[in-house]
Design a protein around this ligand. Structure first.
Ligand SMILES: NC(=O)C1=CN([C@@H]2O[C@H](COP(=O)(O)OP(=O)(O)OC[C@H]3O[C@@H](n4cnc5c(N)ncnc54)[C@H](OP(=O)(O)O)[C@@H]3O)[C@@H](O)[C@H]2O)C=CC1
Ligand SMILES: CC(C)(CO)C(=O)C(=O)O
Length: 342
């Protein structure tokens, strides 16, 4: 199959390596040209791959049967708005991982233009990967990834496509809204950043999962309960953070969030904690993860006090307004709630 990966960070590059290894034809579009051409991957996989870049988005779209988006959410809206008029109904777009209900934004753009595409949303990435001086360290290849399809793509065809790319690790949860409410990075990262803010500001060397102390763990558990409560009000039963850890790290004994993450840290399975407030744990997860849930809750009169408090605390602490940065959430929520007719 021909795949264009959009986004040249560690996850996008790891996808390229895995897809090449599986015999697919792969192109990488990185706007900032982040990807080197020959890259070493180590950890859960061990290989060196040469990845063929394309220079423009139109080239990337024209090449592919499927587009696999591995770009951070702050860079997503211009990308989606640029590919929307180029997409053919036969092409599939995979959101890995979906944040900010981005598939609803694209679906709306296409619908308003009288067109449709084959959309697939994943709740998380198929692999974890972080850049190190010696190459890209792949932490884990996940054993289970929740997904859902929308647009003119049947669940069976969506599953067949995902499996053809990354194997038999996908579980169809039937609803892209459930996927939008299942990405739990924002809650985990919000609590971890709040609890370790001085470490981040002082650029200390700390372990991401090791920083989940008992207090941070309890905040994660409460944020998780709020997220699941919101989903339940839409009739959706979404995975808990502990179920997510269990599936990502099947060999680790599960306790409460603190106990579980300490065991992950002890096995050296996670990345380092951020060393600057310019980290996607804040700049991506707050405006594109936490704020959209608050907005959805507000539209349906469902309070999310801990999510709201997190946004407020970090906005005050960092002197930023994280509530105004996300330009694609309005249309996505209109699409979800059916609030505005075209
Ligand atoms: N790394 C991991 O293990 C995990 C990652 N994720 C999520 O997967 C996605 C990809 O992860 P990863 O590869 O680590 O991400 P990176 O932080 O490396 O960013 C990926 C790409 O996003 C674009 N980008 C980054 N920052 C910005 C910005 N401020 N504004 C606009 N565009 C930006 C760039 O695209 P371009 O190359 O086109 O310039 C970049 O190469 C992220 O959304 C992340 O939250 C989720 C779970 C685990
Ligand atoms: C570290 C990990 C795997 C969980 O917080 C992650 O999701 C990330 O780096 O974004």
């Amino acid at each position: 199959m021909k795949i264009s990966v959009l986004g040249g960070g560690p996850v996008g590059q790891t996808y390229c390596a895995l897809l090449l290894e599986a015999g697919h034809h792969v192109r990488l579009y990185s706007q900032s040209g982040r990807a080197e051409h020959e890259t070493r991957f180590f950890g859960a996989i061990n290989m060196t791959k040469t990845i063929t870049p394309v220079r423009t988005l139109p080239e990337a779209v024209a090449f592919a049967d499927a587009l696999l988006i591995a770009r951070q959410a702050p860079g997503l809206q211009p990308l989606l708005d640029a590919i929307a008029p180029l997409l053919k109904p036969s092409q599939s777009v995979i959101f890995s991982a979906e944040l900010s209900f981005a598939s609803f934004h694209l679906a709306r753009k296409l619908r308003v233009a009288g067109s449709e595409a084959r959309l697939i949303s994943w709740s998380t990435t198929a692999a974890t990967a972080h850049r190190r001086p010696e190459g890209i360290r792949v932490g884990t290849l996940r054993g289970t990834v929740d997904m859902a399809s929308s647009g003119n793509l049947s669940p069976l065809d969506a599953m067949a496509l995902c499996r053809a790319l990354f194997g038999d690790v996908f579980r169809d949860v039937g609803s892209p809204l459930a996927i939008g409410l299942s990405n739990l990075n924002p809650e985990v990262h919000l609590a971890n950043v709040l609890g370790n803010l001085t470490r981040i500001e002082l650029a200390e060397d700390w372990d991401n999962y090791g920083g989940i102390t008992p207090a941070v763990g309890r905040i994660i558990e409460e944020l998780d309960a709020e997220r699941r409560g919101l989903a339940a009000r839409f009739g959706l039963d979404v995975r808990s953070v502990l179920q997510h850890f269990q599936l990502t790290f099947p060999d680790i004994e599960i306790g409460n969030v603190h106990e579980t993450t300490q065991r992950i840290a002890a096995r050296g399975r996670g990345p380092k904690g951020p060393v600057s407030t310019d980290t996607r744990y804040i700049t991506e997860d707050l405006p594109y993860g936490i704020v959209p849930l608050c907005e959805l809750g507000r539209r349906r009169n469902i309070p999310l006090p801990l999510h709201e408090a997190g946004v407020r605390l970090l906005s005050v602490g960092l002197g930023a307004d994280f509530t105004t940065e996300n330009g694609m959430i309005g249309e996505a929520l209109d699409e979800i709630c059916g609030d505005v007719s075209d």
